[in-house]
Design a protein around this ligand. Structure first.
Ligand SMILES: C[S@@+](CC[C@H](N)C(=O)[O-])C[C@H]1O[C@@H](n2cnc3c(N)ncnc32)[C@H](O)[C@@H]1O
Length: 547
């Protein structure tokens, strides 16, 4: 090709490995060695920049592999002439994939350079993205202009005003900065600035990636399309519920790309990319990256993005109409940290014929059973076979009050599960350790009815639809007390009475397929959902008895 380019690299801040690789690419271009592989060599500058980073965690800098960026650019069907923006551009992998796609569709390099926008907080990454696009332009026989639309800044706070409402496509992989870990949590000044910027949609625990979704919707023009890679927990987390509802009121969720856990080599996290566009159809598409399966399902209710993941995981779609929620009939609570600290000082191994209160941990609760003594459990960094609480005669007042509220008949629910795992503590002798959820019926006589409702197939499907992806993997959910309290209850009926009786029987005698089928059938009827699909799905999810 013999293009002469005015590339200047080796700029002070470029990592040496990047400058060296860029020189090799330039040599190839100048020697007319441009072939299909060159694009991958260009895309490799990003990972070299990533390797040079000292700490990825604070800015969530985990760069996207080129084939993934390509796949998402294709899914959004990026067209010639469209304005494409990546609000946390990193080293520009999405812009590179968009440039290539636009070029293939007949757009000139000059036009492409005017229609790509990127912002990143890291000046070196922006420099790498500029270098990548300069080399790309040279490889096409064109020239990247000296003034482009790649800027250094905080995307959430400094994005250029004139970009708002004018992008055809907003695409990228924003930083995932969970707010429960100190190394990724925001400082107070930034939290205040973000609160001012996003108003009531900002919540203290909202993941940074969800704020980028809000920004992306603001950047998007009326007929714009948006997709950002995000941790699957954002689909159902409580902290981003308001943000999801607001987004759904502006653009519609038209699909979801399920990336799974294998997308990023350096971060084992389950990822998804919700796809938003102005789309009036009732259907949503689910695309699975790992298998390339595509599934069309009904669009979820506003803010209920988890339900798409639930559908992808095979959870049947259900609609429950109810006049009462569990929280109307019971107190639903996950204990607080103080209780944990008290317990930590007082839990000991049981002696023979010990009558002290037993400690329950989440790992011990299975559907209809409690494995105390069968398997060891860990609590406060110690291993116990039969943990009991050694309480002094005069416990601190608050601890005494807490013990009184917990040592009563109740249901205990594990929090990281595929279906609901609930055990009825009928004698009120078990003490829950956080994050186990306690359900304390207002009327003790309703204990087994509530147990049947919470343990039922409709409850499992309803909760999975609301919280799929919020657990440690895409197939599990993290059940928070407020969500469990929201669970719809069936109307009083004979079938619910039968379900309650069967729940008691199963807890006493153990779960087997026949008992589970009879219980599931009764509760499906009680909820007005006599569905064999729901029943089969639920039975298939019951964990096999552990040895
Ligand atoms: C997960 S990386 C992805 C980069 C690129 N979009 C990609 O897919 O390869 C996230 C990027 O966001 C940048 N970043 C972090 N906080 C930011 C902010 N507030 N505004 C703009 N960029 C930010 C990081 O520097 C990093 O480059």
């Amino acid at each position: 090709m013999g293009t002469s380019t005015d590339l200047t690299f080796g700029a002070a801040q470029l990592p040496p490995a990047v400058a060296q690789a860029a020189q090799q690419i330039l040599d190839r271009i100048e020697n007319d060695e441009v072939d299909e592989d060159l694009i991958h060599q260009l895309a490799s500058l990003g990972p070299l920049r990533e390797k040079a980073l000292i700490d990825h965690r604070a800015t969530g800098a985990v760069f996207t592999p080129y084939p993934i960026a390509q796949e998402l650019v294709d899914l959004l069907d990026v067209g010639a002439g469209e304005i494409v923006c990546d609000p946390s551009a990193g080293s520009g992998v999405f812009l590179l994939a968009a440039a290539e796609r636009k070029f293939q569709r007949g757009e000139s390099v000059t036009s492409i350079s005017k229609t790509l926008r990127g912002i990143d907080i890291d000046p070196v990454s922006i420099e790498v993205s500029r270098l990548t696009l300069k080399l790309w332009a040279a490889s096409k026989g064109g020239q990247w202009p000296s003034t482009d639309h790649l800027v250094v800044g905080d995307g959430l706070l400094d994005v250029p005003e004139k970009w708002l409402g004018t992008c055809d496509v907003v695409i990228g992989n924003p930083p995932f900065l969970g707010q429960l870990k100190s190394e990724t949590s925001r400082n107070r000044g930034r939290a205040q600035a973000l609160k001012q910027r996003f108003g009531s949609l900002y919540t203290a625990y909202v993941d940074e990636s969800m704020l980028f979704f809000l920004l992306a919707v603001e950047l998007s023009g009326e007929d714009g399309r948006v997709t950002l890679i995000a941790p699957s927990s954002t689909l159902g987390s409580d902290s981003s519920q308001l943000a999801r509802e607001w987004i759904d009121s502006r653009l519609t969720l038209s699909g979801i790309w399920i990336g799974g856990r294998s997308v990023f080599e350096s971060a084992a996290v389950d990822v998804v990319a919700p796809i938003l566009r102005n789309d009036k159809r009732d259907e949503c598409l689910i695309v699975r990256y790992e298998t390339q399966d595509v599934l069309a399902v009904q669009r979820p209710l506003p803010g209920c993005w988890s339900s798409l993941l639930a559908r992808a995981n095979g959870v049947p779609a259900i609609a429950i109409t109810a006049t009462r929620r569990l929280g109307d009939r019971a107190v639903v609570t996950a204990d607080f940290r103080d209780a944990y600290y008290w317990l930590a000082e007082r839990v000991v191994e049981a002696t023979r014929n010990d009558h002290r209160p037993k400690l329950v941990t989440v790992g011990l609760v299975d559907p209809f059973s409690y494995r105390y003594g069968d398997i060891p459990t860990r609590f406060a960094k110690q291993r116990f076979q039969r943990p009991v609480l050694d309480i002094e005669d005069n416990p601190p007042t608050q601890l005494g009050a807490w013990l009184e509220q917990r040592l009563i008949p109740k249901l205990l629910v594990a929090t990281q599960t595929r279906i609901v795992e609930c055990y009825a503590d009928i004698e009120g002798k078990l003490l829950p350790s956080t994050p186990l959820v306690s359900i304390i019926p207002e009327q003790e006589s309703e204990l087994w009815h509530l147990m049947a409702a919470v343990s039922s197939p409709p409850a499992a499907a309803w909760l999975a639809s609301a919280a799929a992806g919020t657990g440690l993997s895409q197939g599990t959910m993290r059940l928070r007390a407020s969500l469990i309290a929201d669970l719809p209850l069936p109307e009083p009926s004979k079938t619910w009475d039968v379900g309650a009786e069967l729940a008691r029987e199963i807890q006493e005698k153990g779960v087997n397929d026949e008992a589970a089928r009879r219980f599931g059938e009764a509760m499906n009827q009680a909820y007005g959902l006599p569905s064999s699909e729901l029943l089969h799905w639920w039975i298939s999810q019951i964990p096999k008895k552990r040895p």
